[in-house]
Design a protein around this ligand. Structure first.
Ligand SMILES: Cc1cc2nc3c(=O)[nH]c(=O)nc-3n(C[C@H](O)[C@H](O)[C@H](O)COP(=O)(O)O)c2cc1C
Length: 278
């Protein structure tokens, strides 16, 4: 890549943040679609397979063995990349989904969802897809979370699930041992309707809340996970039938069963620091 192109790519990246609050060069009469009174997009994607195919998720969370020591959960959160491949219960999966995208209330008839995570303007522009293996009562395969009803829909099985997970996460094969890989997509117009050309920085800010809640929820259950930015959008979008323009997968997080004795193996992730004398 030549110097000029590198510089332009860097400036473009920076502009996501700097232009967020900077109106220089924007026409005075520029209006967002919300201000133009254009119809609001749906708060969440409709079931892709029809509502009758959806499986309601259990919510008896008081039956879970949750670490309720908040400071302990905060202090023990870490990225975990070594999974023991034991089963995950459906209730645990339900709790993870609730904590990262669950809908607690509606505002207006259908103006906004209030969820377990914050979101700029309560736009909540994300959808959550899953690759599941070894989750009790569920067939291995691909799923879509329906936040408005706290339900899951089965999108289909795949013979090559571990290979798909590895490829969709740019070759990170350790993730294929997770019970649940969460794939987060962005439905851009949900945020753009309200924020127009300023929508994109808040979208990235919002995504951090989602995975942080997932980290903390997993930690509180004695599970482990790791946020992943190195997603292969083409492989992920093809699997979940997304066009990559209006909606694209951009963030992922495998979560699996872990054990404390795997700490030395976890630490190997940073072996290069010692090897390279950093
Ligand atoms: C946005 C984001 C993207 C990340 N992408 C990857 C990734 O692709 N692969 C990976 O192994 N870790 C990834 N991580 C995990 C970081 O490497 C990890 O958070 C960091 O090393 C600090 O360690 P800790 O989470 O245990 O505190 C990502 C974390 C974040 C927040």
């Amino acid at each position: 890549m030549n110097e000029d192109l590198i510089r332009r790519r860097i400036l473009l990246g920076r502009s996501f943040i700097t232009k967020f609050a900077d109106d220089e060069g924007v026409d005075e009469d520029y209006e967002t679609d919300q201000n133009l009174k254009k119809p609001q997009p749906p708060l969440a994607k409709a079931p892709m397979r029809g509502p009758e195919q959806a499986l309601a998720l259990p919510v008896n969370f008081s039956e879970l063995d949750i670490d309720n020591d908040f400071l302990h959960v905060i202090n023990s959160r870490a990225s975990r990349r070594v999974y023991t491949q034991e089963p995950m219960s459906l209730l645990q999966l339900s709790f993870l989904l609730w904590c990262c995208q669950g809908v607690k209330a509606l505002r207006g008839r259908s103006y906004a969802t209030l969820r377990t995570v914050p979101s700029g303007g309560a736009r909540h522009p994300f959808e959550c897809y899953l690759a599941l293996q070894r989750v009790e009562r569920l067939a291995d395969g691909l799923y879509h979370y329906l936040p408005l009803t706290h339900a899951l829909e089965f999108l289909g099985a795949r013979d090559d699930l571990p290979e798909f997970i590895t490829n969709s996460l740019s070759g990170q094969a350790w993730a294929a041992k997770a019970n649940a890989v969460f794939y987060f997509s962005c439905v851009f117009y949900r945020a753009e309707w309200r924020y127009g050309i300023w929508a994109h920085a808040p979208v990235l800010m919002d995504s951090g809340h989602v995975t942080e809640n997932l980290y903390l929820a997993a930690t509180s259950l004695g599970l482990g996970g790791c946020a992943i930015a190195a997603v292969d959008p083409a492989a992920s979008n093809a699997a979940f039938s997304l066009d990559g323009l209006e909606e694209t997968v951009f963030y992922a997080m495998p979560v699996g069963t872990v054990r404390p004795s795997d700490k030395p193996q976890e630490d190997a992730f940073y072996a290069f620091v010692r090897e390279q004398g950093l």
